[in-house]
Design a protein around this ligand. Structure first.
Ligand code: 5GP
Length: 182
């Protein structure tokens, strides 16, 4: 299992999508979240979108490998998602924030963790505003969390600096290939 973490806006999603094109037998687990759907997102594709009540019910049922609160919303990795992917012989990638990555490290010590680092916090702010999917208040909350996340980079098995998406994707592919022998 691969855990890809790093601040919101660091480019985790882009690098993972790039890696999926190069590595066969690899799939991303679709997380559950309580955050509002962004334009262009599809329920069941980017996330399983749900109410806080439904999320809480799943927590109570023990349905999550890990879950965390991030910038006012809840996010979690569903165990059924992992079974769906590994059941077909594929490796799983999780794209999750810092608390989740720490929890996965505890319950799955054999997982390989990768931190995607933005070139700077200024660049991160620029990318989040460029993306323009979140309200300014939300962006501020994400930048605040980003400071803590960047200071935890050394906890990860690999750190990939995303100053150039092509090079960073190649680096992620190398990490995955080295671990899976593919
Ligand atoms: P966004 O709202 O931008 O899609 O995601 C916010 C943050 O939550 C990102 O850092 C993303 O990687 C993280 N995240 C997405 N899914 C999960 C999950 O299942 N568990 C945890 N812990 N974090 C997640």
């Amino acid at each position: 299992m691969f855990v890809v973490s790093g601040p919101s806006g660091a480019g985790k999603g882009t690098l993972i999508r790039g890696a999926l094109e190069h590595v066969p037998d690899l799939a991303v687990a679709v997380s559950a979240t309580t955050r509002a759907m962004r334009p262009g997102e599809v329920d069941g594709r980017e996330y399983h979108f749900m109410s806080r009540a439904e999320f809480a019910r799943l927590v109570e049922q023990g349905a999550f490998l890990e879950h965390a609160e991030f910038a006012g919303n809840r996010y979690g990795t569903l165990s059924t998602e992992l079974d769906r992917i590994t059941g077909t012989g594929r490796s799983v990638i999780l794209e999750i924030e810092l608390q989740g990555a720490r929890n996965v490290r505890r319950v799955r010590p054999d997982s390989i963790s990768v931190f995607i680092e933005p070139p700077s916090l200024e660049e991160l702010a620029r990318r989040l505003r460029l993306r323009a999917t979140d309200a300014e208040e939300e962006i501020e909350a994400r930048l605040e969390v980003a400071r803590t996340e960047v200071s935890a980079r050394d906890e990860f098995d690999h750190v990939i600096l995303n100053d150039d998406a092509h090079r960073a994707t190649d680096e992620l592919v190398s990490v995955i290939r080295a671990a899976t022998g593919s």
